[in-house]
Design a protein around this ligand. Structure first.
Ligand code: SF4
Length: 324
């Protein structure tokens, strides 16, 4: 059963026009993205900074209203849901943010912070039920009960992210969008948080959209990998096939940009910028989104956009010339 489905999703932001009296225009960030996610599965979304992966995560949750296409939740078009139905569905889909400390209100105890979704989605719960749910959430993320009375400034980055996860799971969601959830953490803590998410997925049957520019972390947690470049999907593949041999030249360039393992640097992170100039989202290339930087570019690539093509093994790549 498909939990979440996006069909030709478009997400953008309004920005001021170029002239003093110009009307605002929509800056397209996510273009024509389709995906499907099943319970208990993880979709890893990778790409450079600015490729649109975080905006995609927010568009899937309708935290930003899509400018085109559809998002279906358990087969229902979210745009067509009545406000009350959408509010109930929102309890089933949560998000974890990149900066765990900034995501916590410093004036509130952790118990208050973790219990907040219950006030929104289950307002009829008694005080003792809320307390029991907070304790259960703390226990699930490996924190003792006394954390409920502490404040965010008392936490390390890893503990703060555990609190963020506790807040995300307290409403018993079916899916969590994890937006760069470990990139602000020390390397030694990253594995603990990723393993915690995988344990919770096993225990709760969660579906995860795991957004990251760390290819090693995505490899560890994902079942399916989706590569984005300038707002478009350029490759999707089952995890093992992707890491054995990425098809798309952009995917290969990302792999090549990963620095050599070095204990002083973050292993697996996309390191150096890719060669060539990153095109403007306001004025994207007419043809392939990677044409200005691709070592294999041909004249056709500059004028004709490659569609995602099917390849054996459930793979898809958007390139005129790539072979299986
Ligand atoms: S379509 Fe052309 S420019 Fe785009 S990735 Fe393929 S070879 Fe490179």
């Amino acid at each position: 059963m498909t939990l979440l489905e996006a069909k030709h999703l478009e997400v953008g932001y309004p920005v001021a026009g170029a002239g003093v009296f110009s009307r605002s225009v929509t800056l397209p960030i996510v273009r024509d993205v389709s995906l499907a996610l099943e319970p208990g599965r993880t979709l890893g979304v990778v790409g450079e900074s600015g490729c649109g992966k975080s905006t995609l995560g927010r568009g899937l949750l309708r935290l930003i209203a899509p400018t085109g296409g559809q998002v279906l939740w358990q087969g229902q078009d979210m745009a067509a849901m009545a406000p009350e139905v959408l509010r109930q569905r929102r309890a089933e889909m949560q998000i974890i943010f990149q900066d765990p400390v900034a995501a916590l209100d410093p004036r509130l105890t952790l118990g208050r912070i973790i219990s907040r979704p219950l006030a929104t989605f289950e307002p009829g719960l008694s005080t003792s039920d809320v307390r029991a749910r907070v304790m259960e959430a703390l226990q699930r993320v490996g924190l003792s009960e006394d954390y409920a009375s502490r404040y965010p400034h008392e936490l390390s980055g890893g503990q703060a992210q555990r609190v963020g996860i506790a807040r995300a799971i307290i409403g018993r969601p079916k899916m969590i969008v994890c937006d760069e959830p470990v990139s602000a953490l020390d390397v030694s803590i990253q594995a603990q948080v990723v393993n915690l998410l995988m344990d919770l997925q096993d225990q709760l049957g969660l579906a995860l959209v795991f957004i990251s520019h760390n290819l090693a972390v995505v490899r560890h947690i994902s079942h399916q990998v989706m590569v984005m470049c300038l707002g478009r999907v350029v490759e999707t593949a089952p995890r093992d096939a992707f890491y054995a041999r990425p098809l798309h030249p952009y995917s290969r360039a990302l792999m090549d940009a990963v620095p050599e393992p070095d204990p002083r640097r973050e292993k697996g992170r996309i390191g150096t910028a890719l060669p060539g100039e990153l095109p403007s989202a306001l004025n994207p290339p007419k043809g392939c989104v990677f044409a200005t930087r691709c070592p294999l570019v041909q004249e056709r690539c500059r004028t004709e956009r490659p569609e995602l093509r099917d390849f054996p093994g459930g793979r898809h790549a958007a390139c005129h010339y790539v072979e299986a």
